[in-house]
Design a protein around this ligand. Structure first.
Ligand SMILES: NC(=O)c1ccc[n+]([C@@H]2O[C@H](COP(=O)([O-])OP(=O)(O)OC[C@H]3O[C@@H](n4cnc5c(N)ncnc54)[C@H](OP(=O)(O)O)[C@@H]3O)[C@@H](O)[C@H]2O)c1
Length: 293
């Protein structure tokens, strides 16, 4: 079985490539932006067309324009990378009998619900990042009933720093920490995503949309504060474990509008696989047992 990972240098793509390379029966084919550049979707498709893959093989697309404000500034670029290229790749996979697992985002929702979003909830993106990611989801699902969209949120892990690493790194030299308290979601640990997404590689895994993240809901402030506590417990010399609250409306540097509440409901995934994602706090704790500045 061949597994092609697009965006293999990214936070999630690196974790999948590393975790799945230990299985001898799988031929891992990591592909970076330098090899398959989505900013020219036609060329990206041509590069993949020249590779040998087919029935039984899976492409996992972790590549995306993930700079939310950058997508607002360069809308054409965002559409090419997040929607047009995945659409072309999805149709190529369908023509070859291969399956595409496409990574989606909680930012397709407007964040106005007061409960976690299910796969059936109406998407209503507030940013161009969200708009183009939703277009990508739809292009992928339209290409084949076997293709999957796995929507994740607040991705963190050992391969590339994210919010929790930044807040801990800053606290090594600065005792003042602050984070937004009125924006909530569910963190997604890449080490866990590698285990959960493994299920999607099975030929019988049903196509469609799935929400995947760790259990529970938190604000950026809760998430940052817990990361600092874990770091402290792991012997990392942080100068503070408390995080002052900021309001989302005070984040004047944000260009794109962020949805306030985008926790994801993962019960569909649990129903199909029997796997219940562990709580986000357990995952963050685990992350900081291995962490080095
Ligand atoms: N990070 C989050 O909190 C979060 C939240 C919700 C959903 N997601 C989704 O999760 C997926 C993985 O995100 P991540 O956290 O791993 O982000 P990431 O670290 O930014 O990875 C994105 C990957 O896309 C690649 N890429 C960017 N522009 C490209 C282009 N023009 N052509 C080909 N590849 C390109 C990047 O390549 P380089 O390494 O060369 O830059 C990188 O490998 C994405 O679909 C994202 O929308 C992420």
């Amino acid at each position: 079985m061949k597994i092609l990972i697009l965006g293999s240098n990214g936070r999630l793509g690196s974790a999948l490539t590393r975790s799945w390379s230990k299985f001898a029966e799988r031929e891992m084919i990591p592909l970076t932006r330098a090899e398959v550049d989505f900013s020219d979707p036609e060329k990206a498709e041509a590069v993949l067309e020249a590779l040998t893959f087919g029935t039984g093989d899976v492409i996992v697309n972790c590549a995306a324009a993930t700079d939310v404000d950058g997508c607002e500034r360069d809308r054409d670029m965002a559409r090419r990378i997040n929607a047009e290229a995945p659409g072309r790749i999805a149709r190529l996979c369908a023509a070859r009998g291969a399956r595409l697992v496409h990574i989606g985002t909680d930012y397709v929702f407007d964040g106005m619900l007061d409960r976690p979003y299910t796969e059936e909830d109406q998407a209503n993106p507030l940013s161009h990042y969200g708009v183009t990611k939703l277009e990508g989801d739809r292009e992928v699902l339209a290409a084949s009933p076997q293709h999957c969209v796995a929507r994740v949120s607040w991705v963190f892990g050992p391969d590339k720093p994210s919010f929790v690493d930044a807040i801990v790194r800053r606290a090594l030299t600065n005792p003042d920490a602050a984070a937004v308290h009125d924006k909530t979601s569910s963190p997604s640990y890449t080490e866990d995503l590698a285990l959960w997404l493994d299920e999607f590689l099975k030929a019988a895994f049903p196509g469609g949309i799935y929400h995947l993240c760790n259990g529970g809901t938190c604000s950026w402030r809760d998430y940052g504060e817990f990361a600092l506590e874990c770091a402290h417990r792991s012997g990392i010399p942080v100068l503070t474990t408390s995080v002052a609250p900021l309001k989302l409306s005070e984040m004047l540097a944000f260009v794109a509008v962020r949805p306030p509440r985008t926790a994801l409901d993962t019960s569909k995934f649990t129903r199909i696989t029997g796997i219940t994602p562990r709580p986000w706090k357990e995952a963050v704790e685990k992350h900081f047992t291995h962490w080095r500045p």
